[in-house]
Design a protein around this ligand. Structure first.
Ligand code: SAH
Length: 213
């Protein structure tokens, strides 16, 4: 990653914001966030706990929010995970350290191509990055053990709930895009779906259809 002092501060900030799971912290220690931010503009801010702008008018999430969401997803080594909203690819790279296979989908081709280049450079070969409207999920790869949305939907999309394996967990922000949203965790139990509210968050909206870039 970076120099040991910056790295220690990065991990300390994560812990102080509630990211305590050791597997998640180790994954976040291994994946260098500076690879996923715009080097010219933001290289020196990559280890600060703040979201940053990326291409196509999107954002790379705040590290502590990535940590909290990853922790809530409870990813295990044999899991097949779907992420909707590749963005910079940072969250998918973290998931790749914890799961057997990660599928990540974005509606912007440019973001998927740029993320794929970084995955290749970092030898992250268990990630499949695809262009598509993630609100339909990825029926050909379903069911998934875990599903993570990194864009806010007004309600959990039905196709995604349908692609969650029994015992599976989905974590997503829900709410209107211009207000504070709620991060929720949905668990598919044999009796049906269990919902838990985790905390307030702010994400870009989940938008139907493909992007132009
Ligand atoms: N996880 C990202 C941050 C995502 S920002 C990271 O680690 O950097 C949210 C992303 O969701 C944006 O890139 C946006 O293009 C994407 N998105 C929004 N609606 C979508 C949809 N219907 N299908 C796929 N991706 C979508």
């Amino acid at each position: 990653m970076t120099d040991p002092q910056t790295q220690m501060q990065f991990l300390f900030a994560l812990r102080s914001k509630g990211v305590t799971n050791e597997r998640v912290l180790t994954a976040m220690e291994r994946i260098d966030r500076s690879r996923f931010v715009n080097k010219g503009l933001f290289a020196e801010r990559a280890y600060e706990d703040m979201p940053l702008p990326i291409a196509c008018g999107q954002t790379i999430s705040q590290p502590s929010v990535v940590g909290i969401m990853t922790q809530a997803l409870d990813v295990q080594p044999r899991h097949k995970v779907l992420e909707v909203g590749t963005g910079s690819g940072y969250q998918a790279a973290i998931l790749s350290q914890l799961a057997r296979r990660v599928y990540t989908v974005d509606r912007f081709r440019r973001l998927v191509t740029e993320a794929q280049t970084i995955f290749d450079a970092l030898d992250l070969h268990n990630i499949t990055a695809l262009v598509g409207d993630g609100s339909h999920g990825l029926p050909e790869q379903a069911p998934f053990d875990r599903i993570l949305l990194t864009a806010a939907a007004e309600d959990p999309p039905g196709p995604l709930l349908a692609q969650l394996r029994e015992g599976g967990i989905m974590v997503l922000p829900v709410g209107q895009s211009d207000t504070v949203q709620t991060l929720i965790r949905v668990t598919r139990t044999p009796q049906g779906l269990d919902y838990a509210e985790l905390r307030d968050v702010r994400f870009v909206p989940l938008i139907e259809g493909l992007g132009e870039d």
